[in-house]
Design a protein around this ligand. Structure first.
Ligand code: MCA
Ligand code: AMP
Length: 502
């Protein structure tokens, strides 16, 4: 049987004339439109000389055409590599050098790095226009999904590493299909659903979790190019399901129009990618009558746990393991278990067909993040309650999650240490009312040096995606260290004041 994920999704598509993507301003892409557009693009990829297994990199704002490019890549048996449009040229150069794609699709003016690396390029603008669709226009609108084995790669998604180097999670057709099928059924998706899709499509949450559920159910999606609270609120009365990161919910709560009437067709709000504060969940319930369903996952694994659709949704818990996912808690630092008892805190390890094969061209990182008997070490800390609901209480990995986007302090510290006059630096996350956590840098000057933090911020913005740039840089005389010489970030977090305003 062909394990190509596109074939699996297409088998569940709605009728040819059913709206699949409903765009702002009233434009509609039916399921037939999406199928034909992705066929034309798949034919174009083949005409470009790309072969199954070749990588197709896309650094685009969200558009229907960009989504069709993802589906076309699957369909043609190639490997999709989505990249955040906020990445700066140096960051992009790393991804392209590591993944060596056979094609790069970028925004107008955004293809120079790829072209400079002799990678063939097409442009696609933020409205889905450009050389890519022009070149595809003359292609045949039929394309049989290329035969793929279940373990063949469907996508590579980069996730930053604790050493500062990003790792490409190798996701197979099986990984994505298993997770999508489980979630579509667990969350009760049907053809009657209208998913309000406001997430970006360069991450697991928006590209896979949200859109696969809708496609597998033959449902419609209200396709917002980006999250904007007022626009989402205006669309809410037409939607039945919404998925977002916690920042979306705090921003929606700031809208006076958010009430039960605005949610009259809604059956399910889902949150993930970062901890949902119990206070946010409670305020949302008071305003709308809905208990947000919180779930937990990772780029390497897709979704791992979810609160139930019908059973008790526990605020503060991410729910039990999904069907097909084995989850255990082990003592921090213990290599191979044993599993701790309910109530005991440790690191979370998982196994299942949803977990990726490893990191692209990084066997040594794969060896560290998986145990010898195949458990994946998530780096998250938590405990299971008596009903096997998982409660996350912290992270063993040095990671900041800001507005649902991951920032690895090491990467920012390396960039800070290169700046003139900086002796050393430490980057931490502090509570933030909008982003959940904000990136804060502490820098120590070399003897006699004068540090210009405004100039630092300007420089960092040319080197790092905006969401990684510290919101604040604090100058310190020295960094607190333990007797082993390790920087004590917990002490920095205690001494620096979180901001209170928005
Ligand atoms: C933008 N900025 C940010 C962030 N986003 N700063 C900190 N954290 C952020 N997340 C900065 C920009 O650099 C810019 O700075 C300024 O804010 C305005 O940028 P803009 O793009 O207009 O911001 P926005 O539209 O308000 O975006 C905020 C957002 C967005 C809506 C929260 O970041 C977002 O959609 N986040 C969701 C990401 C997501 O899908 N995560 C799932 C990952 P300046 O003004 O200085 O230039 S998948 C995952 O985690 C796993 C698998 C899971 O479990 O789901
Ligand atoms: P990413 O690398 O973007 O896939 O982010 C995965 C990380 O996001 C996980 O390892 C968790 O630390 C975090 N995460 C995802 N969902 C949740 C959640 N519901 N609550 C707390 N943390 C979460």
């Amino acid at each position: 049987m062909n394990a190509n994920l596109y074939a699996r999704l297409r088998a569940h598509f709605g009728p040819d004339d059913k709206p699949c993507l409903i765009l702002p301003g009233g434009g509609i892409w039916t399921y037939g439109d999406l199928d034909r557009a992705s066929a034309r693009l798949a034919n174009l990829l083949v005409a470009q000389g790309l072969k199954p297994g070749d990588r197709v990199a896309a650094q685009l704002e969200k558009s229907a055409q960009g989504f069709a490019l993802y589906l076309a890549t699957l369909r043609a048996g190639m490997v999709f590599l989505p990249l955040n449009p906020a990445y700066r040229p140096d960051e992009l150069a790393y991804f392209l050098g590591d993944a060596t794609p056979g094609l790069f699709v970028g925004r107008p003016g955004g293809t120079a790095v790829a072209a400079g690396n002799a990678i063939p390029c097409f442009e696609l603008d933020d409205h889905g226009r450009g050389a890519l669709v022009d070149a595809a226009a003359g292609q045949d609108e039929h394309f049989e999904p290329v035969a793929r084995a279940a373990d063949d790669l469907a996508a590579i998604l980069y996730t930053s590493g604790t050493t500062g180097r990003s790792k490409g999670a190798m996701l197979s057709h099986r990984n994505l299909a298993v997770n999508a099928t489980t979630l579509c059924s667990l969350w009760g998706f049907s053809a009657d659903d209208v998913l309000l899709h406001a997430l970006p499509i360069f991450h697991v949450h928006g590209l896979f979790i949200a859109s696969h559920c809708a496609l597998l159910a033959g449902a419609s999606m209200l396709w917002a190019p980006r999250f904007d609270a007022a626009t989402v609120l205006a669309w809410l009365p037409e939607a039945s399901v919404f998925m977002g990161v916690p920042t979306y919910y705090t921003r929606l709560l700031a809208e006076p129009g958010l009430d039960a009437a605005a949610c009259r067709r809604m059956r399910l709000f889902i949150s993930g990618s970062a901890p949902l504060l119990p206070e946010t969940a409670q305020r949302f319930r008071q305003r709308t009558g809905h208990t947000i369903l919180e779930r937990y996952g990772m780029t390497e694994t897709g979704m791992l746990t979810s609160n139930p659709l019908h059973g008790e949704r526990r605020i503060g818990s991410v729910g039990p393991a999904l069907p097909g996912v084995a989850l255990r808690i082990v003592a921090e630092g213990s290599e191979d278990g044993p599993a701790l008892a309910p109530g005991e805190i440790g690191t979370v390890e998982v196994k299942g067909e949803n977990v990726c094969r490893g990191y692209w061209r990084m066997p040594e990182k794969t060896a560290t993040d998986w145990t010898a008997d195949g458990w994946f070490r998530t780096g998250d800390i938590g405990w299971l309650d008596a009903d096997a609901y998982l409660h996350l209480s912290g992270r063993a990995k040095d990671l900041i999650i800001s507005g649902g986007l991951n920032v690895y302090p090491k990467e920012i510290e390396l960039a800070l240490d290169e700046l003139p006059g900086v002796l050393e630096s430490a980057v931490i996350g502090l509570p933030h009312p909008d982003f959940g956590e904000e990136v804060v840098a502490v820098v120590v000057a070399e003897p006699e040096a004068h540090l210009d933090t405004d100039a630092f911020l300007r420089t960092l913005k040319t080197r790092l995606a905006g969401y990684k740039v510290p919101k604040r840089i604090v100058i310190a005389q020295e960094l607190p260290r333990n007797t082993m010489g390790k920087v004590q970030k917990n002490r920095l977090r205690e001494t620096l004041q979180p901001r209170t305003g928005g």
